[in-house]
Design a protein around this ligand. Structure first.
Ligand code: AGP
Length: 614
């Protein structure tokens, strides 16, 4: 994970770097640091444990001059989160400084070799090994910095997005990537680089997405120079950014997470725009239309994802099997990539990822691709690694999701996957035209219906206070709402640190029922669906054991309203679309419980938004 940012130009680099770090803080916030070459040619490195604000406080009295610099916000992998392990790292002579996002897997071997050459190490990080290796190569082979970086990276096994400064060459910034994202921004006589475009958007809309094993040299007064680590010259492809500054701000909300929850009526409209036609009687997904045969001939669909995206994949399994009657397997990417799965040429693999950078999902699709499967990805971040290595796909277009807990990305993923399931089902003739039209029309109503659910925010905030005492929660749901129960539990645990488990409601009697007591809040997702009566029986079983029930029900529900302790209503909709409504109160409940508990909602401990390490 980690966020990296760099600047070279005519302006003072420090404020640009700090602002960039704040934008990238979602990627990790264990420590932060900055390196700057000042006008006197000194290379100053400042670091602080904790968030970027700590770094700013530390730098208040320091020399932060210089028009070239690099900065880093860390999610710790090798070495505890302290100042010594914070980036940037100096080389032995302190001539070079490096920042790094990724993991150098063979760092121990490289380190042993460097120690034999007399190199010493201050930190426990793999990154310090890399900067020492670059300096050693520079000296040993009498080469310039770019060549030293290329040669050093040829010896590296692992993932990296790096940027390196050399105080002997204050007009040059060298960066490279493999497996971790890197974007270059091109301004007027200035260059920016970052892990994503958010630190860049304020200054330019011209960007280049650097590819794996590419090294970029940014030199004042010269064009961007890109080569591979084997020194093959590449032609930079300049793209226009579709990102606005206002999308990166809280817009009056106390937290990004709340803003993103409330954005969902609009983001789902955006996700459907140009796909669901204005008459709401047809869906056109270009990624499906262009590859229709692959889907229609698929014997099996494998969905691979992590976390919240995996929950969206589970919902898609219900929809694809119901409408398209193609068997679907939903895999945790981290398990799939290592368990020697059977993958056939006529399999379609759907990868789901908000960030498009999740290391396990990327590796899973690379494995599937190598076996000849067709890769279709559902991603949010345009130009990220996963969509770039996929055969086709569908962007969710919800704008940047900054809160670490995923909300609007989830509902957009479910929407995109439902649209895909409907497209396949209709084309295969495995669903009736009448059913297709009914669901497509209903999809168009979902944004307004979410708006109605959001209208209960105040009430949810009020009763959330009652539950801050709880150490554990159970979430129950069935069918399309079983993954919603798991998603509600994940939201609660990641931002409030309350332990929570999501279960299929009927499984409760096979174990979890032993946990029920008057201390135990149970959230039951019970809209009017095929299994409604059975879920009502589960609620009775909980109440008989004095559990406290918070139920999400369909408007006008009379049965559950009488027995549950708290009720949240959602409008009537098609069963396959209920997750888009029932998840909203669960997002709000987790949010309000975390706020009352005083937790850091947008940047929960130990987490990072984009998981670019295994
Ligand atoms: C969700 O709230 C999480 N923070 C996390 O589970 C996330 O969904 C997971 O890491 C996958 O990320 P991706 O969608 O960017 O691949």
């Amino acid at each position: 994970m980690c966020g990296i940012v760099g600047y070279i130009g005519k302006r003072k680099a420090y404020p640009i770097l700090i602002k960039g770090l704040h934008r990238l803080e979602y990627r990790g916030y264990d420590s932060a640091g900055v390196a700057l070459i000042n006008e006197a040619g000194q290379l100053n490195v400042y670091k602080a444990k904790g968030k970027v604000a700590e770094l700013e406080a530390f730098c208040a009295e320091k020399d932060t001059n210089g028009c070239i610099g690099i900065a880093h916000t860390r999610w710790a992998t090798h070495g505890e989160p302290n100042t010594v392990n914070a980036h940037p790292h100096y080389s032995e002579s302190e001539r070079l400084a490096i920042i790094h996002n990724g993991i150098i897997e063979n760092y121990a071997v490289l380190k042993a070799g460097l120690m034999e050459q007399g190199y010493t190490f201050k930190s426990d990080t793999d990154t310090e090994v890399l900067v020492q290796l670059i300096e050693y190569t520079q000296i040993d082979r009498h080469v310039d910095l770019k060549t030293a970086v290329q040669l050093a990276l040829q010896q590296v096994i692992g993932a990296y997005a790096i940027a390196v400064l050399d105080k002997e060459h204050p007009d040059t910034l060298i960066a490279a990537r493999k497996g971790s994202p890197l974007v270059v921004g091109i301004g007027e006589d200035e260059y920016f680089l970052a892990s994503d475009a958010t630190p860049i958007v304020e200054y330019t809309d011209k960007v280049i997405y650097i590819d794996d094993e590419e090294v970029v040299s940014l030199r004042l007064g010269e064009e961007v120079d890109i080569t591979t680590i084997g020194n093959v010259q590449k032609t930079p492809e300049i793209k226009r950014l579709e990102l606005s500054l206002s999308q990166l701000e809280k817009g009056g909300y106390p937290h990004f997470m709340l803003k993103e929850i409330f954005e969902q009526p609009r983001t789902l409209t955006d996700s459907m725009r140009g796909r669901v036609n204005v008459r709401q009687d047809n869906i056109a997904l270009s990624g499906f239309i262009d590859n229709k045969d692959r889907f229609l001939n698929a014997k099996r669909i494998i969905i691979t994802a992590c976390g919240t995206s995996w929950h969206a994949g589970l919902i898609a399994m219900y929809a694809i099997e119901e409408f398209a009657q193609i068997p679907v397997e939903v895999e945790y990417s981290s398990e799939f990539r290592y368990r020697k799965p059977v993958i056939n040429k006529d399999d379609v693999v759907i990868a789901i990822s908000q960030s498009g950078e999740t290391a396990d999902t990327l590796a899973a699709i690379q494995l599937a691709k190598s076996k000849g499967a067709f890769i279709f990805s559902i991603c949010n971040v345009v130009g990220a690694s996963i969509p770039r290595v996929s055969d086709s796909g569908c962007y969710t277009h919800v704008g940047p999701e900054i809160g670490v807990a995923s909300t609007k990305a989830f509902t957009a993923q479910v929407t995109a996957l439902t649209m895909l399931a409907l497209c396949i089902g209709r084309e295969k003739g495995t669903m009736s035209q009448e059913q297709y039209l009914r669901i497509v029309r209903e999809l168009g109503q979902i944004p307004d219906k979410i708006e109605r659910v959001l209208g209960q925010n105040k009430r949810i905030a009020d009763f959330a206070k009652t539950f801050t005492y709880a150490q554990n929660f159970i979430y129950l749901g069935r069918g399309y709402n079983f993954p919603v129960a798991m998603e509600g539990a994940l939201k609660l645990k990641e931002i409030s640190y309350i332990h929570a488990e999501g279960y299929p409601a009927a499984e409760m009697k096979h174990g979890p029922i032993a946990l029920i007591s008057q201390e135990m809040p149970v959230v039951v997702v019970a809209p009017h669906c095929g299994t409604y009566e059975k879920v009502v029986s589960n609620i009775q079983e909980i109440k008989a054991r004095k559990g406290r029930v918070i139920a999400v029900v369909t408007e006008g529900d009379e049965l559950v309203s009488k027995i549950a302790d708290y009720i949240i209503e959602v409008p009537v909709t098609e069963e396959c679309l209920t997750p888009l409504l029932t998840v909203i109160p669960l997002q709000l409940l987790a949010y309000h419980i975390a706020v009352v508990k005083g937790c850091d909602v947008d940047q929960p401990r130990n987490l990072a938004k984009s998981v670019t390490v295994e």
